[in-house]
Ligand binder design. Structure first.
Ligand SMILES: *[C@@H]1O[C@H](CO)[C@@H](O)[C@H](O)[C@H]1NC(C)=O
Ligand SMILES: *[C@@H]1O[C@H](CO)[C@@H](O)[C@H](O)[C@H]1NC(C)=O
Ligand SMILES: *[C@@H]1O[C@H](CO)[C@@H](O)[C@H](O)[C@H]1NC(C)=O
Ligand SMILES: *[C@@H]1O[C@H](CO)[C@@H](O)[C@H](O)[C@H]1NC(C)=O
Length: 205
């Protein structure tokens, strides 16, 4: 009797272990490292792994003892990171746009929301061009300045682009037609002049 219950207990343990294994797809190492590096740039390396009691807008779940696809604010499709919802996560840190550099290594990103984070400096065009799968890009409510980098207009899959409420200046170049899939565009509350090419205006809502 005793051996039987011991046996069933170990079966139970194997069952639970395999369930939790199935439930957690490990994310790709380089993507996980990129996210960890981004968090380090935001909060400083000293704080990142022993600050579990501290609320970091969801980023406190980005620790080395869990799978990155199970972290808050991260969306995955099987093992690949496809979305980051970083709306108003670090508005008080006063970071410049260079803090975003690690994110530009996650080429499987389809959705990136970095709105309302008080990010300063120019839009990192070369980095964003890396994210050629992007469908949704929300950079609203930061302090991005300078002009819109031409690289941004190469994101041919982009359907949603919100740059409103920044300090972006300059004339909207004709290159904007490169945004072939665009359905929604918001540029208001900036210092941007010019008009959208006619062929685009009809396809936007
Ligand atoms: C953890 O926090 C303490 C201060 O509370 C700090 O001295 C230490 O360097 C931090 N980081 C790590 C990785 O232990
Ligand atoms: C890591 O984060 C998870 C939540 O995602 C939490 O349950 C776990 O306790 C954390 N581990 C450490 C060592 O902080
Ligand atoms: C683009 O991605 C590659 C490989 O993932 C990376 O090495 C490179 O630094 C990225 N470029 C920028 C400008 O971030
Ligand atoms: C944009 O802002 C950054 C930092 O706030 C500043 O150093 C830079 O000169 C500004 N660039 C432009 C083109 O206004």
């Amino acid at each position: 009797m005793a051996t039987l219950s011991l046996l069933s207990k170990s079966y139970y343990i194997v069952f639970v272990l395999s369930l939790s294994f199935i439930g957690s797809f490990p994310c790709l190492d380089d993507q996980r490292e990129a996210l960890q590096e981004f968090k380090d740039l935001l909060f400083g390396e000293l704080m990142t792994d022993n600050s579990t009691d501290m609320f970091l807008g969801g980023l406190e779940t980005w620790n080395s003892s869990s799978e990155c696809c199970q972290w808050a604010l991260v969306e995955c499709n099987s093992q690949q990171v496809t979305g980051l919802n970083l709306y108003s996560v670090f508005p008080t840190l006063g970071k410049t746009s260079t803090v975003l550099a690690p994110i530009f290594r996650i080429k499987t990103l389809m959705s990136l929301d970095i709105s309302y984070n008080s990010i300063q400096g120019e839009i990192p065009g070369i980095g964003l061009r890396n994210l050629s799968e992007l469908v949704y890009l929300d950079m609203r409510g930061n302090s991005f300045n300078g002009s819109i980098p031409l690289e941004l207009f190469h994101l041919a899959n982009l359907e949603f682009l919100d740059l409103s409420d920044n300090m972006i200046e300059g004339v909207l170049p004709n290159d904007v037609v490169g945004l072939k899939s665009l359905k929604q565009l918001s540029l208001d509350a900036n210092f941007i002049h010019g008009e959208l090419p006619e062929e685009m205006e009809t396809s936007l809502n």
